[in-house]
Design a binder for this molecule. Sequence first.
Ligand code: PEP
Length: 257
Amino acid sequence: MNNTIRKPIIAGNWKMNNTIKDSETLINNLIPLTKNKNCDIIICVPFTSLERAINLTKDTDIKIGAQNCHFENSGAFTGEISPTMLAEMGVEYVIIGHSERRQYFAETDTIVNKKIKSAISNNLKTILCVGESLEEREKNITEKVVFKQLELSLSNIEEKCLNNIIIAYEPIWAIGTGKTATSTQANDVCKFIRSTILKLYSKESADKMIIQYGGSMNSTNASELISEKDIDGGLIGGASLKVSDFSIIINAASTPM
Ligand code: PEP
Protein backbone atom coordinates (compact mmCIF):
# COMPACT_ATOMS: atom_id res chain seq x y z
CA MET A 1 0.00 0.00 0.00
CA ASN A 2 1.03 3.55 -0.53
CA ASN A 3 -0.58 5.21 2.47
CA THR A 4 0.71 8.67 1.63
CA ILE A 5 -1.83 8.78 -1.23
CA ARG A 6 -4.44 6.18 -0.25
CA LYS A 7 -5.99 4.99 3.00
CA PRO A 8 -6.19 1.20 3.01
CA ILE A 9 -9.57 -0.49 3.31
CA ILE A 10 -10.20 -3.86 4.91
CA ALA A 11 -13.57 -5.32 3.99
CA GLY A 12 -15.07 -8.55 5.25
CA ASN A 13 -17.40 -10.53 3.03
CA TRP A 14 -19.38 -12.81 5.27
CA LYS A 15 -21.09 -14.49 2.29
CA MET A 16 -24.16 -16.58 3.30
CA ASN A 17 -23.01 -17.00 6.90
CA ASN A 18 -24.23 -15.84 10.32
CA THR A 19 -27.75 -15.59 11.67
CA ILE A 20 -28.77 -12.25 13.16
CA LYS A 21 -27.71 -13.57 16.58
CA ASP A 22 -24.32 -14.76 15.28
CA SER A 23 -23.84 -11.40 13.55
CA GLU A 24 -24.56 -9.56 16.78
CA THR A 25 -21.94 -11.57 18.69
CA LEU A 26 -19.30 -11.17 16.00
CA ILE A 27 -19.87 -7.41 15.66
CA ASN A 28 -19.86 -6.82 19.42
CA ASN A 29 -16.55 -8.66 19.69
CA LEU A 30 -15.11 -6.77 16.74
CA ILE A 31 -16.03 -3.22 17.77
CA PRO A 32 -13.34 -2.77 20.49
CA LEU A 33 -10.68 -4.18 18.13
CA THR A 34 -11.39 -1.67 15.37
CA LYS A 35 -11.02 1.59 17.27
CA ASN A 36 -8.71 4.31 15.89
CA LYS A 37 -7.08 2.27 13.13
CA ASN A 38 -5.32 3.82 10.14
CA CYS A 39 -7.53 1.95 7.72
CA ASP A 40 -11.21 1.93 6.90
CA ILE A 41 -13.12 -1.16 8.00
CA ILE A 42 -16.22 -2.49 6.26
CA ILE A 43 -18.21 -5.64 6.89
CA CYS A 44 -20.54 -6.91 4.17
CA VAL A 45 -23.19 -8.95 5.92
CA PRO A 46 -26.20 -10.95 4.68
CA PHE A 47 -29.35 -8.91 3.92
CA THR A 48 -31.06 -10.32 7.01
CA SER A 49 -28.35 -8.96 9.33
CA LEU A 50 -28.05 -5.50 7.76
CA GLU A 51 -30.45 -3.67 10.04
CA ARG A 52 -28.92 -5.10 13.23
CA ALA A 53 -25.41 -4.48 11.95
CA ILE A 54 -26.18 -0.85 11.11
CA ASN A 55 -27.67 -0.25 14.55
CA LEU A 56 -24.80 -1.95 16.40
CA THR A 57 -22.09 -0.08 14.51
CA LYS A 58 -23.53 3.43 14.81
CA ASP A 59 -20.77 5.69 16.20
CA THR A 60 -18.11 3.01 15.73
CA ASP A 61 -15.31 2.65 13.18
CA ILE A 62 -17.08 -0.13 11.28
CA LYS A 63 -19.01 0.58 8.10
CA ILE A 64 -21.67 -1.72 6.75
CA GLY A 65 -22.08 -3.13 3.27
CA ALA A 66 -24.38 -5.51 1.43
CA GLN A 67 -23.09 -8.29 -0.81
CA ASN A 68 -25.28 -7.65 -3.86
CA CYS A 69 -28.20 -5.62 -5.16
CA HIS A 70 -30.43 -5.53 -8.22
CA PHE A 71 -29.99 -2.79 -10.82
CA GLU A 72 -33.61 -1.65 -10.79
CA ASN A 73 -34.95 0.46 -7.94
CA SER A 74 -38.22 -1.49 -7.79
CA GLY A 75 -40.33 -3.85 -9.86
CA ALA A 76 -41.28 -7.45 -10.55
CA PHE A 77 -38.02 -9.13 -9.57
CA THR A 78 -39.11 -11.69 -6.99
CA GLY A 79 -36.56 -12.26 -4.26
CA GLU A 80 -34.32 -9.35 -5.19
CA ILE A 81 -33.25 -6.33 -3.12
CA SER A 82 -32.85 -2.92 -4.75
CA PRO A 83 -30.17 -0.29 -4.13
CA THR A 84 -32.90 2.13 -3.07
CA MET A 85 -33.91 -0.30 -0.34
CA LEU A 86 -30.32 -0.64 0.85
CA ALA A 87 -29.77 3.11 0.87
CA GLU A 88 -33.00 3.64 2.82
CA MET A 89 -31.68 1.30 5.55
CA GLY A 90 -28.43 3.26 5.86
CA VAL A 91 -26.20 0.75 4.08
CA GLU A 92 -23.04 2.48 2.84
CA TYR A 93 -21.34 -0.09 0.58
CA VAL A 94 -22.32 -2.89 -1.77
CA ILE A 95 -20.17 -5.60 -3.33
CA ILE A 96 -20.87 -5.91 -7.05
CA GLY A 97 -19.65 -8.58 -9.45
CA HIS A 98 -18.28 -11.03 -6.91
CA SER A 99 -17.08 -14.14 -8.75
CA GLU A 100 -19.62 -16.27 -6.88
CA ARG A 101 -22.40 -14.06 -8.33
CA ARG A 102 -20.85 -14.33 -11.79
CA GLN A 103 -20.42 -18.10 -11.46
CA TYR A 104 -23.65 -19.20 -9.77
CA PHE A 105 -26.04 -16.42 -10.79
CA ALA A 106 -24.84 -15.77 -14.34
CA GLU A 107 -23.87 -12.17 -13.67
CA THR A 108 -22.21 -10.64 -16.71
CA ASP A 109 -20.10 -7.50 -17.03
CA THR A 110 -23.13 -5.77 -18.59
CA ILE A 111 -25.24 -6.57 -15.52
CA VAL A 112 -22.36 -5.50 -13.26
CA ASN A 113 -22.20 -2.19 -15.14
CA LYS A 114 -25.94 -1.60 -14.65
CA LYS A 115 -25.67 -2.45 -10.95
CA ILE A 116 -22.77 -0.05 -10.40
CA LYS A 117 -24.65 2.78 -12.11
CA SER A 118 -27.73 2.08 -10.06
CA ALA A 119 -25.79 1.80 -6.79
CA ILE A 120 -24.04 5.09 -7.46
CA SER A 121 -27.26 6.90 -8.29
CA ASN A 122 -28.52 5.73 -4.88
CA ASN A 123 -25.40 7.09 -3.15
CA LEU A 124 -24.03 3.64 -2.35
CA LYS A 125 -20.30 3.00 -2.59
CA THR A 126 -19.36 0.01 -4.68
CA ILE A 127 -16.75 -2.70 -4.24
CA LEU A 128 -16.30 -3.94 -7.81
CA CYS A 129 -14.76 -7.42 -8.02
CA VAL A 130 -12.70 -8.56 -10.97
CA GLY A 131 -10.38 -11.51 -11.48
CA GLU A 132 -9.41 -14.39 -13.70
CA SER A 133 -10.06 -18.14 -13.51
CA LEU A 134 -7.24 -20.66 -13.14
CA GLU A 135 -7.62 -21.61 -16.79
CA GLU A 136 -7.29 -17.99 -17.87
CA ARG A 137 -4.19 -17.52 -15.72
CA GLU A 138 -2.64 -20.66 -17.17
CA LYS A 139 -3.38 -19.41 -20.68
CA ASN A 140 -1.58 -16.18 -19.77
CA ILE A 141 -4.60 -14.00 -20.46
CA THR A 142 -5.12 -12.56 -16.96
CA GLU A 143 -4.52 -8.97 -18.06
CA LYS A 144 -6.77 -9.32 -21.09
CA VAL A 145 -9.59 -10.74 -18.93
CA VAL A 146 -9.25 -8.12 -16.21
CA PHE A 147 -9.04 -5.28 -18.75
CA LYS A 148 -12.26 -6.41 -20.41
CA GLN A 149 -14.03 -6.75 -17.04
CA LEU A 150 -13.01 -3.21 -16.09
CA GLU A 151 -13.76 -1.68 -19.47
CA LEU A 152 -17.27 -3.15 -19.58
CA SER A 153 -18.09 -2.76 -15.89
CA LEU A 154 -17.07 0.90 -15.91
CA SER A 155 -18.56 1.71 -19.31
CA ASN A 156 -20.21 5.17 -19.34
CA ILE A 157 -19.42 5.73 -15.68
CA GLU A 158 -18.23 9.30 -15.19
CA GLU A 159 -14.81 9.91 -13.69
CA LYS A 160 -16.23 11.77 -10.69
CA CYS A 161 -18.08 8.56 -9.72
CA LEU A 162 -14.79 6.74 -9.21
CA ASN A 163 -14.59 8.35 -5.75
CA ASN A 164 -17.36 5.94 -4.81
CA ILE A 165 -15.81 2.84 -6.34
CA ILE A 166 -13.26 0.46 -4.84
CA ILE A 167 -11.83 -2.29 -7.02
CA ALA A 168 -11.12 -5.72 -5.54
CA TYR A 169 -8.78 -7.95 -7.50
CA GLU A 170 -9.93 -11.47 -6.68
CA PRO A 171 -8.40 -14.30 -8.69
CA ILE A 172 -11.16 -16.91 -8.78
CA TRP A 173 -8.69 -19.73 -8.16
CA ALA A 174 -7.73 -18.17 -4.83
CA ILE A 175 -11.21 -17.59 -3.42
CA GLY A 176 -12.12 -19.95 -0.62
CA THR A 177 -9.49 -22.42 -1.80
CA GLY A 178 -6.69 -21.65 0.65
CA LYS A 179 -4.50 -20.90 -2.40
CA THR A 180 -3.33 -17.30 -2.17
CA ALA A 181 -1.73 -15.43 -5.02
CA THR A 182 1.88 -14.62 -4.13
CA SER A 183 2.32 -11.01 -3.14
CA THR A 184 4.14 -10.39 -6.44
CA GLN A 185 1.36 -12.02 -8.51
CA ALA A 186 -1.28 -10.02 -6.62
CA ASN A 187 0.62 -6.74 -6.86
CA ASP A 188 1.30 -7.21 -10.58
CA VAL A 189 -2.40 -7.43 -11.34
CA CYS A 190 -3.31 -4.59 -8.94
CA LYS A 191 -0.69 -2.47 -10.70
CA PHE A 192 -2.18 -3.46 -14.05
CA ILE A 193 -5.64 -2.44 -12.77
CA ARG A 194 -4.22 0.96 -11.80
CA SER A 195 -2.71 1.37 -15.26
CA THR A 196 -6.09 0.46 -16.76
CA ILE A 197 -7.78 3.20 -14.73
CA LEU A 198 -5.13 5.58 -16.05
CA LYS A 199 -5.94 4.48 -19.60
CA LEU A 200 -9.73 4.66 -19.14
CA TYR A 201 -9.70 7.86 -17.05
CA SER A 202 -6.63 9.76 -15.79
CA LYS A 203 -3.45 9.52 -13.72
CA GLU A 204 -5.13 11.37 -10.86
CA SER A 205 -7.93 8.81 -10.69
CA ALA A 206 -5.47 5.92 -11.03
CA ASP A 207 -3.37 7.26 -8.15
CA LYS A 208 -6.42 7.70 -5.94
CA MET A 209 -8.14 4.39 -6.74
CA ILE A 210 -8.30 1.92 -3.84
CA ILE A 211 -7.42 -1.53 -5.16
CA GLN A 212 -7.83 -4.42 -2.75
CA TYR A 213 -6.63 -7.98 -3.05
CA GLY A 214 -8.98 -10.82 -2.17
CA GLY A 215 -8.50 -14.58 -2.22
CA SER A 216 -7.66 -16.58 0.89
CA MET A 217 -6.15 -13.56 2.62
CA ASN A 218 -5.61 -14.53 6.25
CA SER A 219 -3.85 -13.56 9.46
CA THR A 220 -0.58 -15.09 8.23
CA ASN A 221 -0.30 -13.69 4.70
CA ALA A 222 -2.10 -10.33 5.05
CA SER A 223 0.89 -8.30 6.11
CA GLU A 224 3.04 -9.33 3.15
CA LEU A 225 0.22 -8.79 0.64
CA ILE A 226 -0.83 -5.42 2.01
CA SER A 227 2.74 -4.13 2.15
CA GLU A 228 2.89 -4.31 -1.67
CA LYS A 229 2.79 -0.87 -3.28
CA ASP A 230 -0.38 -1.27 -5.32
CA ILE A 231 -2.42 -3.33 -2.84
CA ASP A 232 -4.56 -1.02 -0.71
CA GLY A 233 -6.09 -3.53 1.65
CA GLY A 234 -8.18 -6.64 1.26
CA LEU A 235 -11.57 -8.16 0.64
CA ILE A 236 -11.68 -11.07 3.02
CA GLY A 237 -14.12 -13.97 3.06
CA GLY A 238 -13.40 -16.89 5.39
CA ALA A 239 -11.01 -15.06 7.71
CA SER A 240 -13.52 -12.24 8.29
CA LEU A 241 -15.74 -14.70 10.15
CA LYS A 242 -13.18 -15.09 12.92
CA VAL A 243 -12.74 -11.99 15.06
CA SER A 244 -9.13 -12.71 16.00
CA ASP A 245 -8.04 -13.36 12.40
CA PHE A 246 -9.91 -10.36 11.02
CA SER A 247 -8.42 -8.16 13.72
CA ILE A 248 -4.87 -9.28 12.82
CA ILE A 249 -5.58 -8.39 9.18
CA ILE A 250 -6.91 -4.96 10.22
CA ASN A 251 -3.75 -4.35 12.24
CA ALA A 252 -1.60 -5.40 9.27
CA ALA A 253 -3.26 -2.65 7.20
CA SER A 254 -3.10 -0.13 10.00
CA THR A 255 0.58 0.71 10.13
CA PRO A 256 1.25 4.28 11.31
CA MET A 257 0.73 6.87 8.58
C1 PEP B 1 -14.25 -13.37 -0.97
O1 PEP B 1 -15.30 -13.94 -0.68
O2 PEP B 1 -14.29 -12.29 -1.57
C2 PEP B 1 -12.98 -14.00 -0.60
C3 PEP B 1 -11.87 -13.42 -0.93
O3 PEP B 1 -13.08 -15.18 0.09
P1 PEP B 1 -11.86 -15.94 0.86
O4 PEP B 1 -11.12 -14.89 1.62
O5 PEP B 1 -12.54 -16.93 1.72
O6 PEP B 1 -11.01 -16.55 -0.20
